[in-house]
Design a binder for this molecule. Structure first.
Ligand code: SAM
Length: 324
């Protein structure tokens, strides 16, 4: 990877063994499951960007418009000289809006599991914002309790940035623990800007995860593609169907891969049997009310400072702060 434009590039090497272990573990469960972080390699990240551009996926449009409107308010609360730590980078559109609004941001440190995409995205920002020290960390943010040793975030305050409603991928109990741990990545008195998708009409929710162009289906199946390419698993993609629906009781959109026939998946010395129509649960996207998320963030030890929603009440952005 060419990281010459970056202040640093730390590769924590999210390992192939982790993938293999996670797949074996997930396929041993009943119902079967696969963690959604494995959607994201170079191809998966590119597919996610395509999803963000679809008519059906209102999430990105709503969050970008809201962020553009409130960025000056975020900047006023955050103050000058912030080092922005972004969890899960994706496209650069949102960080550009934030960096343009902040007063003299000193550093930008994106953390993402999808290394090639991360390097390209971080390098673009380094070129566009020469006064901001950009350093990237390729790794899994789930277990992170602090930034890796040696990462210098400068003397200003840190500002966490977690857009895209990625927090919705965790079930609420897990989200609470994750947020609590993330306080360690930030410091006392630091801000955390987090985008959270809101509960809404089921038809729109369902459509958002079933785009007509089929990008979400391809994204869902990318975990199978990775199993084939990286773990040597013999898989016929056509024997799986993308399924996404709203689970009202759990207030979440669930993605699954449905097996279209009886089949076995052989991984190393293990074989996992799939019945016809058996589902592998691949992703949750939990949808919150503004109040529910505020309560959850307080339970995770954050002080809620401000919250904004768009006019249609599609999306919310919360400004939280770690206790000083
Ligand atoms: C739902 S996308 C959101 C992307 C972007 N932040 C946005 O707002 O559109 C989730 C992002 O987080 C990254 N990601 C997912 N799970 C991760 C994990 N466990 N550790 C690090 N990065 C992860 C993905 O590679 C992807 O870039």
């Amino acid at each position: 990877m060419d990281n010459k434009k970056l202040a640093f590039f730390i590769d924590l090497k999210p390992a192939v063994e982790d993938f293999s272990t996670a797949v074996a573990h997930g396929l041993s469960q009943s119902p079967k499951e696969l963690p959604c972080r494995f959607f994201y390699d170079e191809a998966g990240s590119a597919l996610f960007e395509k999803i963000c551009e679809t008519e059906e996926y209102y999430v990105t449009r709503a969050e970008k418009a809201l962020l553009t409107r409130i960025a000056p308010e975020i900047a006023a609360i955050a103050g000058p000289g912030c080092s922005v730590v972004e969890l899960g980078t994706g496209s650069n559109a949102k960080i550009r809006i934030l960096l343009n609004a902040l007063a003299a941001p000193s550093a930008y440190i994106p953390i993402d599991i999808s290394g090639v995409h991360l390097l390209a995205a971080a390098t673009e920002i380094a070129v566009e914002f020469p006064d901001v020290a950009v350093g990237a960390i390729c790794g899994d943010f789930v277990g992170m309790t602090a930034l890796p040793e040696g990462v210098n975030t400068g003397s200003g305050p840190k500002l966490g940035f977690f857009p895209g409603s990625t927090i919705g991928n965790f079930e609420p109990d897990v989200a609470r623990e994750f947020l609590s741990r993330t306080r360690g990545v930030l410091g006392p008195g630091d801000g955390f800007v987090i985008g959270v998708d809101l509960k809404k009409d089921v038809t729109r929710l369902t459509a958002a995860y079933n785009d007509a162009a089929g990008y979400t289906a391809a994204f869902n199946k990318n975990v199978l593609v990775r199993m084939r390419n990286e773990l040597g698993v013999a898989i016929d993609l056509d024997q799986f169907e993308h399924m996404a629906f709203f689970n009202e009781a759990k207030s979440r959109v669930e993605m699954h891969l449905r097996s279209l026939r009886t089949q076995d998946i052989a991984l190393g010395s293990q074989t996992f049997h799939l019945a016809k129509n058996e589902m592998i649960h691949t992703e949750n996207s939990c949808k919150y009310t503004v109040e529910d998320f505020k309560v959850l963030s307080e339970q995770a030890g954050f002080d809620p400072i401000e919250v904004w929603t768009d006019e249609r009440h599609d999306f919310s952005i919360h400004y939280l702060r770690t206790p000083g």
